[in-house]
Design a protein around this ligand. Structure first.
Ligand SMILES: [Zn+2]
Length: 259
């Protein structure tokens, strides 16, 4: 295998790990922000229920006070009836009395309905309280986890960057710039040729090309995938293991071991 390819295999591993760490460092604060928004939303829902409950209680206090007023009027009207001097006056006061009694019945019915609504809303408030408690606990747990993970990721990233920085100058300039260009466009610059396919884009290699890459050995020429343009490497230890008779250490494993 071309010596640059061996280095690129390791470099790509570092590059992918660095990307994973950067992505995680960027993603975790967004996840925490989403949990924070969720907490604000359930708190908002609870505030609506609490507000409705307060309004319902205020309504009932008004109803109770109205009932009291009507009872006062009834007492006065009864006294007026006692003091009435004509039958017409008695009839008029009795009408007033009936009206007031009718209003009290309506108010008491409305009060009962209000109490049922309050009962329902109390149940909703209980659920909203539980939702807020859960959202708060989740947020605080995930926030702590994110801080911890980001701290760890930053340390790991610094280590990976150091390894990358040490490795890159060891790769041939033209190969490295080729690798960088493809990686920038496609996410990875290197792909393993396996089972006559490019393992990145899954396109079949023409038979001649497949034979070339397997027979290449220490050739200086680099091969690229005709479909996606990635630099190709071939690892006999990983290809078609069913045809293998002697166990061969995978190239990636041997490179890692020799580092
Ligand atoms: Zn390809």
């Amino acid at each position: 295998m071309h010596p640059d390819l061996e280095k690129l295999i390791v470099l790509q591993r570092h590059d992918l790990e660095a990307k994973r760490l950067r992505d995680e460092i960027a993603l975790l604060p967004k996840q925490v922000a989403a949990l924070s928004a969720k907490l604000a939303a359930v708190e908002g829902q609870r505030a609506v229920v609490v507000d409705l409950l307060a309004k319902e209680e205020a309504l009932r206090r008004r109803q109770e006070s109205d009932v009291k007023d009507f009872r006062g009027k009834i007492d006065k009207t009864r006294k007026k009836i006692d003091a009435a001097t004509t039958a017409a006056m008695v009839t008029a006061f009795e009408h007033e009395l009936q009206f007031a009694e009718g209003e009290i019945t309506k108010l008491e019915d409305a009060e009962l309905e209000s109490m049922l609504r309050t009962e329902e809303m109390e149940a909703q408030r209980k659920l909203a309280d539980e939702a807020v408690t859960t959202a708060k606990a989740t947020l605080s747990r995930e926030r702590a986890r994110a801080v911890e993970t980001i701290d760890r990721d930053k340390l790991l990233l610094a280590e990976v960057e150091t390894l990358r920085g040490a490795l890159r100058p060891q790769v041939g300039e033209a190969t490295l710039s080729n690798y960088d260009r493809i990686a920038k466009g496609k996410g990875t610059g290197l792909a393993e040729a396996m089972n006559q396919k490019c393992s990145a884009c899954q396109m079949m290699l023409r038979p001649q090309r497949w034979n070339d890459i397997r027979d290449r050995g220490n050739s200086d020429e680099m091969m690229t995938c005709e479909s996606c343009g990635r630099l190709l490497y071939y690892d006999p230890a990983r290809d078609a293991p069913q045809r293998k008779t002697v166990p061969v250490e995978s190239i990636a494993a041997s490179i890692i071991r020799s580092l």
